[in-house]
Design a protein around this ligand. Structure first.
Ligand code: F6P
Length: 366
């Protein structure tokens, strides 16, 4: 697919898990494309599935109205449906096929001169592969996990933090009233950002993150110690990807046709059961789950998404393809999509945030 001399029509899709701010970024892209550049915009539905099956909807300025505050995505999304590894049934047997040429043909059928792909690392890996096949394309990062390499923050993260913080605040009251240990499992995949920042913001006593493997004996020691000193409740915030020093990450299930088939979950119960068994302190476990992906985006996420959108359209108009917009410090910048591949943005075990948490008495169970 060759880049046209004049860009007249762009496509946009949202891929991967939904997160607050997706509608804000769609709005920003559509408004900039139409008002600043007089472009037409077509939305591909359900992430890359829309490209594979040619499921589209036109996006007019009116479609971008009234959606800034809405969670989810008006284009729908999917964290499966990889055009380079798409499941098809041949003679009753499921096999995986490369249908990327078909997906690219559908871009052409829709007269799309350039594509804006909004996604996390799975969707942006696919975006890079499409770019390598000649698709003129720009990426926009999103995810509640904040684990995308190359941007200081992704939109979705701040809202997820707010949700997790409010939930932990609410659990504090039961913890204190019943003198219990309350274990809260939060999302984040293999990065501990949600656990660390929501835990810090809500006064968590123990925070377990993938980047600092925990020792359950040390965790239980903290609970006992607090009881000895009259602090009879303990809040333990556990990232779904937390790993014991001697053991493995807890996998909830495998989603075969997903770009990343592993779904984490269950470590909260593992930790909670051990705490109750070893300390005798009554313990309850709450798994926040997909609540963290829902709801209206925070101020920060609305603004970040609104800043990413126009930058992506500007890159398209300058034909600076194969790039991803990002936040660096206070500025919106862009980097090659290539640089984002294969690396994840993780919490630094000796970084400032972890040090701050330790200063105020947080235990990482290490
Ligand atoms: O990447 C976002 C995320 O919510 C992760 O935090 C979580 O591990 C995963 O997606 C859950 O995926 P699914 O919606 O397929 O269960």
């Amino acid at each position: 697919m060759k880049s046209k001399a004049v860009i007249k029509r762009i496509g946009i899709l949202t891929g991967g898990g939904d997160c607050p701010g997706l509608n804000a970024v769609i709005r920003a892209v559509v408004k900039t494309a139409i008002f600043q550049y007089g472009l037409e915009v077509v939305g591909f539905l359900e992430g890359y599935l829309g490209m594979i099956r040619n499921m589209t909807r036109p996006l007019e300025a009116s479609d971008a109205s009234g959606i800034l505050h809405q969670g989810g995505t008006i284009l729908s999304t999917s964290n499966r449906d990889n055009p380079f590894r798409f499941p098809v049934t041949v003679r009753g047997k499921k096999i995986f096929k490369d249908v990327s040429d078909q997906a690219i043909r559908n871009l052409q059928k829709n007269k799309v001169d350039a594509l804006i792909a909004v996604g996390g690392d799975g969707s942006l890996t696919i975006a890079y592969q499409l770019f390598q096949k000649g698709v003129p394309l720009v990426g926009i990062p999103k995810t509640i996990d904040n684990d995308l390499w190359g941007t200081d923050v992704t939109f979705g993260f701040n809202t997820a933090l707010q949700t997790a913080m409010e939930a932990i605040d609410k659990l504090q009251t039961t913890a204190a009233s019943h003198h219990r240990a309350m274990v809260v499992e939060v999302m984040g995949r293999y990065a501990g950002w949600i656990a660390l920042e929501a835990g810090l913001a809500s006064g968590g006593d123990v925070i377990l993150i993938p980047e600092i493997p925990y020792d359950i004996d040390k965790v239980c020691e903290v609970v006992k110690e607090r009881h000895r000193y009259g602090k009879r409740s303990t809040i333990v915030v556990v990232a779904e990807g937390a790993i014991p020093q001697k053991g493995e990450v807890v996998v909830k299930k495998l989603v075969e046709d997903s770009t990343d088939p592993v779904r984490l979950g269950g470590v909260g119960y593992k930790v909670g059961n051990e705490i109750e068994k070893r300390t005798g302190v009554e313990t309850r476990v709450t798994v926040l789950g997909h609540i963290q992906r829902g709801g209206s985006p925070s101020v920060f996420d609305r603004i970040l998404a609104t800043r990413f959108g126009p930058r992506a359209v500007d890159l398209v108009m300058k034909k600076r393809f194969g790039r991803m917009v990002c936040l660096r410090g206070l500025n919106i910048e862009d980097i090659p999509l290539k640089n984002v591949q294969g690396d994840q943005r993780k919490v630094l075990p000796n970084g400032d945030l972890v040090k701050t948490a330790r200063s105020v008495g947080v235990s990482f169970g290490d």
